[in-house]
Design a protein around this ligand. Structure first.
Ligand code: ATP
Ligand code: MG
Length: 328
């Protein structure tokens, strides 16, 4: 349960696709590990997902949102210990987001790397929405509503958190030292991402992939033309990535990897990674199905989390309205 002395952590994942092992290693497992130490506010960012039209076209966004919510719990987040909610269930996010948008210079928003890259990916003919540009202002609101002390993120989100700090000057970023950037299995020069996984088979291991499919994707992961792991000659990016995944999932070090795999054939390394990933997925999926099969309980958990979040967010929004002169 919440206790007044603990620092607050706020984090979320955008509902732009299916969660993968990169999200697990760089975000969810970290939240689960920290939930005794911090007061966690963890959400599914569905309002942010609306900024990526191709990610939401033709899908039932709510179904995906509930899948992610249930996966948080299946991955070990305790809905009593942490406040777990869906962003759009707490209307204060959209409201404070607007106040933040009005307070944020357009020139800051235009510097966002995510705007530059995702703006290009999004179908230009369909017209990129202004939400993609204003995303960091909504993110600042997410953080401010809970007075978050820490915002644990992977490397790709660091620029936004820094921008939020500029907007509000309130928090620090907490980043996992190794594994904050798991790379694509099909292309180890590109970060594993939900959106790329929608377009490229073999790019990611999704947490809900059938374990056999996950094993095949790992066994086919791109390495280089050498047959065996050679620490002395320098590791191919894809090999480094497989080692990082293994180390993060088993809590082992690079030195231990070197001892175990130097000179080993790539097939042996891949089999080791696949075994660990299959165990993880089997475990997560067992719990996931228990959660989503009980629809009434899932609805209760969603409402419970939203109520808890609103009990904090409402006060902050009222303060912000007063600061803008919209309330006396
Ligand atoms: P998208 O393609 O929509 O950007 P994504 O997979 O990059 O999806 P995000 O929603 O951007 O996921 O990020 C969710 C959380 O997971 C963030 O904390 C992010 O830093 C972390 N994360 C995302 N991808 C990785 C990765 N490949 N390795 C480690 N952490 C990651
Ligand atoms: Mg991303």
């Amino acid at each position: 349960m919440t206790s007044p002395g603990r620092k607050r952590v706020l984090s979320g994942i955008t509902a732009t696709g299916r969660l993968h092992i990169g999200n697990y290693i760089g975000a969810i497992s970290l939240w689960a590990e920290n939930q005794d130490t911090y007061e966690n506010f963890l959400f599914v960012a569905d309002l942010h997902a609306l900024t990526i039209p191709e990610a939401v076209a033709g899908t039932s966004l709510r179904a995906r949102v509930e899948e992610i919510f249930a996966l948080y719990i299946a991955c070990g987040i305790d809905p009593e210990q942490s406040t777990l909610f869906v962003q759009s269930d707490v209307h204060e996010h959209a409201e404070l987001g607007w106040l933040m948008t009005c307070a944020t210079p357009v020139s800051w928003l235009e510097r966002s790397t995510q705007f530059k890259t995702k703006g290009k990916i999004a179908d230009v003919d369909a017209g990129v929405g202004a939400g993609l540009l204003c995303y960091p202002a909504l993110q600042a609101a997410d953080i401010l509503l809970y007075n978050a002390d820490y915002v644990p993120v992977g490397e790709d989100q660091q620029q936004h958190v820094e921008m939020s700090r500029d907007i509000a000057r309130r928090f620090n970023a907490l980043i996992r030292k190794s594994g904050s950037r798991i790379m694509g299995l099909d292309d180890p020069t590109a970060k594993m991402s939900k959106s790329l996984a929608e377009r490229q088979a073999g790019h990611a291991v999704a947490l809900l992939d059938p374990p056999d499919q996950a094993r095949r994707a790992i066994m086919r992961a791109v390495t280089d033309s050498r047959p065996a792991v050679d620490f002395g000659a320098g590791l191919a990016l894809g090999v480094d990535n497989l080692l990082t995944i293994l180390e993060c999932l088993t809590g082992t070090t690079r030195a231990q990897s070197q001892e175990r795999f130097d000179g080993a054939r790539y097939g042996a390394l891949k089999t080791a990674v696949a075994d660990v990933a299959v165990d993880l997925l089997t475990d997560i999926q067992g719990r996931y199905h228990e959660i989503v099969d009980d629809r009434a309980q899932l609805a209760k958990l969603l409402a419970h989390g939203a109520d808890r979040a609103r009990s904090i967010a409402a006060g902050k929004l009222a303060q912000a309205y007063r600061a803008c002169g919209l309330r006396s």
